[in-house]
Design a protein around this ligand. Structure first.
Ligand code: ADQ
Length: 744
C-alpha cells in the first residue's frame, strides 16, 4: 500500500460557519466519519476530497475562492458541483433513492432517471478531483452511498491505484436491492475497489448475495474475482473517539454545563430520558414518542417524575419526506405535552437544533436513560458516545435491535422499535434499573468501546486493504504475462512433439446457466482444428461432460477426448471410447431418487446423469439455498458413497458423485507417462483440473484459467485470454491442410 492516503467523502471535515464576531470561518464538522478519519487526515501529506459545504451561505466568486483557499490550506480538495446536479445527486439520488431503499423504506423511494444521471455526473466530478491530486502509489479510501460509482471510475482511469470503499449505511437484502433500476451499475461501481467494508456481517452477506444473484459472481469467504482482480468484502464496525468523549465530561466547560443541567431539574429525584439524532425517519422518533405517550398512560406514577429530552438536528430539509416528518414530530410533541403537562412539568423537552460538543457531552453525562431506537441504522454512534460519557459507570441504554451497534452492545436493553409494548417495558426497566446492574452493564460495554475505537477501525480497514493487495500481488506473480506467453509460444514452436490438454467449461468458454448452452462456436472449433492439425501436436479435451456431448461437439476433429473426468477416453486411432477400468453403474439406481428429491426441493437445480457419474448442477440457484443443499446432500449420501467406493466432488457450482480413483489426473497420465513429448500445455479452471496440474511433469506449462490459488505454475484471467494464447499456438502450428480460415 502507498504512503499517502486520499480520503473521499461527500462532505469535507470542515464547513463554513460564523465565529462569535460574525466573521466567516472554517468549522470542524462532527460525526463518526470525521472522528475515524481525522487523525489519518492530519498525518503528513494525506488529503481529503469532498463537497465544499458553504453552510447555506450565499458566496460571491471572490468569497468562494477564499473559502477554497482555506480548505486547500487544511489539506482538503473541494469539489464544486453546479446547483442543479447537486440537487439531483444529493437530495435526489442519494437521499430520496439510496437512503430510503437501503434502510428498507421503499414507500419513500423515488426512482428518477434524471437524479441517477446527476448522481453519475457528480461521481465523475469526484473522480476528476481525485485524479487531479492522485500520484502513483497513493491509496484512495472512498466513503459511503453518495459515491458508489467512484471506485470503478478511478479504477478505469488509474488501474493500479489501491482503492478501499466503506458503506456507512445498511446494505439491504436482495429482495429490496433488486428494486433499483440501476442495481447492476451500482454493484459494478463498488466492485472495482480492492476492499469493500460494511459495519456488520449481515450487510456483507446481503451484498455478496446481490453480487451472486444479479451479476453471477461467487465468493469464497468474502473473496471474489472481479475482472481478474481479487476483491474482498468484510465487516468493520465503526467505533468512536472514546477518550475524547470520556474525558469531555471532566473538562471545566462541560462540568459547568452538567452543574447547570442538574440545577435546572424541575424536581429533585426526577429522572431524564434522552434521545439525540438527526431528524430522520429511520431514527424512529414518532414511534419513540408514541411509546413514551403509552408509558405515561400506563405508569401514571412516573408522570411529573420523568422528562424526555428530544434533541433532533435539522437534516435534509430539501427532501419532502423530511418535511412531513418534522410536522409529525411537532404534532406528537404538542399532543403529549398538551395532554400531560402540569404547571411545573413538561413531559417532552424538544430541541430542534444541533448542540455544541460540551453541551452534548453534558446531556449524555446527566441523563439516566438513553433511548436509541432507530427503525434501521447502519451502526449508530450516539449510543456509543453516551456510554463513553458515563464516567460514573451509571446510566441505562435502551437500544434498537435494528441498529448495527446492537451486535457489539448486547448488555443494553435491546428492543424492537416497532413493538410499542416492548418499548414501554424497556423504558420502565431502564428507569428502575438498580445502580449495581447499571454499572455492571455499562462497564462491560465501555471496555469494548475503549478498545475498538474509530482510530482502530481505520487502522484495521487499512491493514485489511494491505492484506488484499499482498494477496493480489501473490496471485499476479503467477499471471501469464506477455513475456512468459512469448516464451511459451517459442517453446511450442521449437518442440518436435507436443501435448496440449484442455479442459472445456470455464477454460475455453465461459460458464452459462444451462450446461447444454455452452456448445463451441465456429471460431473456437477452427482454432482447435488448426492446432490439432499439426501432426507434431496431440490435442485432447479433458472434460467432466458426458461422451455423447463431446462427440457431438468435437467428433469431427482430430482431437483426443476425455469424458466424465477421466472415466472415458476416446482413442482417435481406434475410433472408439475406452473405459478407464471396468465399472459398475448399478449404484446410480440407489442414489438417483435422493438426488431427484433435492432437484424438486431446489428450484433452478438440475441433475445430469452420465454413464458412471451423476452431477447435481446448481448454477441457477440462490446462493444460500444451494450452500445449504450441498451440505444436506453430502450428509445424505456420505454413508452410501463410502460403501460403494464413490466420492462426492465439488466443482464450479456442481456437486458430482463418481467412483473414487477416477479423476482427470489419472486420465491425463495416459499422455504424461510418454517421455517423448518435449512440450506440454495443460489448462483448466476448477478443482477437478487441479488433479491434472498435480500429476503433470515438472516441465509442463500448467495454466489455471482463474486467478486464484492453484497448483498450476501460471494463471490467466478468463477464457478470452486462454483463446488468445491458443491463437498464438495456432499461428505457430504447421497446418496439415490448407484452406482453413476463421480462427478467432
Ligand atoms: P448518522 O445517521 O448521522 O450517521 P450516527 O451514527 O448516530 O448517525 O451519527 C450522528 C452523529 O451526529 C453523532 O456523532 C452525534 O453526536 C452527532 N449528533 C447527532 N445529533 C446531534 C445534535 N443534536 N447536536 C450535535 N451533534 C449531534 C451515518 C449512519 C450511521 C452510522 C454513521 C457512521 O446512518 O448508522 O453510524 O453514519 O458510519
Amino acid at each position: 500500500m502507498g504512503d499517502r492516503l486520499i480520503i473521499v467523502s461527500n462532505r469535507l471535515p470542515y464547513r463554513l460557519g460564523r465565529g462569535e464576531d460574525g466573521e466567516r470561518k472554517l468549522e470542524h464538522s462532527s460525526g463518526g466519519l470525521v472522528s475515524g478519519m481525522g487523525p489519518l487526515h492530519e498525518r503528513h501529506g494525506n488529503v481529503w476530497v469532498g463537497w465544499a459545504d458553504e453552510g447555506g451561505q450565499e458566496l460571491s466568486a471572490r468569497e468562494r475562492a477564499e473559502f477554497d483557499a482555506q480548505l486547500v490550506a487544511h489539506d482538503c480538495v473541494p469539489v464544486h458541483v453546479c446547483e442543479e446536479d447537486a440537487h439531483g445527486y444529493y437530495d435526489g439520488f442519494s437521499n430520496s433513492t439510496l437512503w430510503p431503499l437501503f434502510h428498507g423504506f421503499p414507500q419513500y423511494t423515488s426512482f428518477e432517471e434524471a437524479d441517477w444521471e446527476a448522481y453519475r455526473r457528480v461521481n465523475e466530478r469526484f473522480c476528476e478531483a481525485v485524479l487531479s491530486v492522485a500520484r502513483p502509489g497513493d491509496t484512495v479510501w472512498v466513503h459511503d452511498y453518495h459515491l458508489m460509482l467512484l471506485p470503478s471510475l478511478i479504477r478505469k482511469a488509474s488501474p493500479q491505484t489501491a482503492i478501499g470503499f466503506f458503506l456507512h449505511i445498511p446494505f439491504p437484502d436482495y429482495e429490496t436491492f433488486r428494486m433499483l433500476p440501476w442495481r447492476q451499475e451500482l454493484l459494478l461501481g463498488t466492485l472495482s475497489a480492492d476492499l469493500i467494508g460494511f459495519h456488520t456481517y449481515d450487510y456483507v452477506r446481503h451484498f455478496l448475495s446481490s453480487c451472486r444473484r444479479l451479476l453471477g459472481y461467487d465468493n469464497h469467504l468474502g473473496h471474489f474475482l472481479f475482472e481478474g482482480r481479487s476483491t474482498q468484502a468484510d465487516a468493520f464496525p465503526l467505533g468512536i473517539d472514546y477518550d475524547r468523549f470520556h474525558n469531555a465530561a471532566l473538562e471545566p466547560k462541560a462540568a459547568c454545563q452538567i452543574e447547570r443541567i442538574r440545577a435546572d431539574r424541575e424536581r429533585p429525584g426526577s429522572k431524564t430520558m434522552l434521545s439525540v439524532e438527526r431528524l430522520d425517519y429511520t431514527k424512529g422518533i414518532p414511534e419513540r414518542l408514541r411509546a413514551f405517550d403509552a408509558f405515561l398512560q400506563r405508569h401514571p406514577s412516573w408522570r411529573e417524575n420523568v422528562v424526555l429530552k428530544l434533541v433532533a438536528v435539522p437534516s435534509r430539509e430539501g427532501v419532502a419526506s423530511y418535511q412531513s416528518l418534522k410536522r409529525e414530530v411537532d404534532e406528537l410533541v404538542g399532543s403529549i405535552n398538551g395532554r400531560y403537562a402540569t404547571s411545573d412539568w413538561t413531559p417532552v423537552e424538544y430541541y430542534y437544533r444541533s448542540v455544541p460538543f460540551d453541551l452534548l457531552t453534558a446531556l449524555y453525562a446527566t441523563s439516566d436513560v438513553m433511548l436509541v431506537t432507530p427503525l434501521r441504522d447502519g451502526m449508530n454512534l450516539v449510543c456509543k458516545e453516551y456510554l463513553a460519557c458515563r464516567g460514573d459507570g451509571g446510566g441505562a441504554l435502551v437500544l434498537s435491535e435494528m441498529a448495527g451497534a446492537t451486535y457489539e452492545l448486547h448488555e443494553a436493553l435491546v428492543v424492537n422499535p416497532f413493538d410499542r409494548d416492548a418499548m414501554v417495558e424497556a423504558m420502565l426497566r431502564a428507569l428502575e434499573m438498580p445502580p449495581d446492574e447499571q454499572r455492571c452493564r455499562v462497564s462491560a460495554m465501555q471496555k469494548r468501546l475503549a478498545r475498538y475505537t474509530a482510530g482502530k477501525w481505520a487502522e484495521e480497514f487499512l491493514a485489511a486493504l494491505d492484506g488484499v493487495l499482498r494477496h493480489q500481488a501473490r496471485l499476479n506473480a503467477h499471471l501469464l504475462g506477455p513475456t512468459s506467453s512469448r516464451r511459451l509460444q517459442e517453446a511450442f514452436a521449437q518442440a518436435s512433439k507436443r501435448l496440449v490438454l484442455l479442459d472445456y467449461d470455464g477454460t475455453l468458454v465461459p460458464f452459462v446457466d444451462e450446461p447444454s448452452d455452452a456448445a463451441p462456436d465456429d471460431g473456437l472449433k477452427a482454432l482447435i482444428a488448426r492446432i490439432a492439425a499439426d501432426p507434431a501436436t496431440t490435442l485432447a479435451i479433458v472434460s467432466g461432460r458426458d461422451k455423447e456431448t463431446l462427440m457431438e461437439w468435437f467428433g469431427d476433429l482430430p482431437v483426443g477426448l476425455v469424458a466424465e473426468h477421466g472415466l472415458w477416453r476416446y482413442s482417435v486411432s481406434q475410433r472408439q471410447w475406452l473405459l478407464r477400468e471396468p465399472l459398475d453403474g448399478a449404484w446410480k439406481d440407489r442414489i438417483r431418487q435422493t438426488l431427484l428429491d433435492f432437484v424438486d426441493r431446489t428450484p433452478g437445480s438440475i441433475l445430469e446423469e452420465k454413464d458412471y457419474s451423476m452431477a447435481w448442477h446448481y448454477r441457477a440457484c440462490s446462493n444460500e439455498l444451494a450452500e445449504r443443499r450441498v451440505i444436506e446432500i453430502k450428509s445424505a449420501l456420505s454413508g452410501v458413497a463410502a460403501d460403494m467406493g464413490l466420492m462426492l466432488m465439488e466443482g464450479n457450482r456442481v456437486l458430482e458423485v463418481k467412483p473414487v480413483h477416477v479423476d482427470k489426473g489419472s486420465a491425463a497420465h495416459h499422455w504424461f507417462r510418454d517421455p517423448s513429448y518435449d512440450f506440454m500445455l495443460v489448462a483448466g479452471d476448477d478443482v477437478t483440473d487441479e488433479d491434472m496440474f498435480r500429476t503433470a511433469p515438472e516441465n509442463a506449462w500448467t495454466v489455471k484459467v482463474r486467478n486464484e490459488p492453484t497448483q498450476a505454475r501460471y494463471a490467466l484471467k478468463n477464457p478470452a485470454e486462454m483463446r488468445s494464447l491458443l491463437r498464438g499456438l495456432a499461428e505457430a502450428s504447421a497446418p496439415r491442410f490448407e484452406g482453413r480460415s476463421g480462427i478467432m
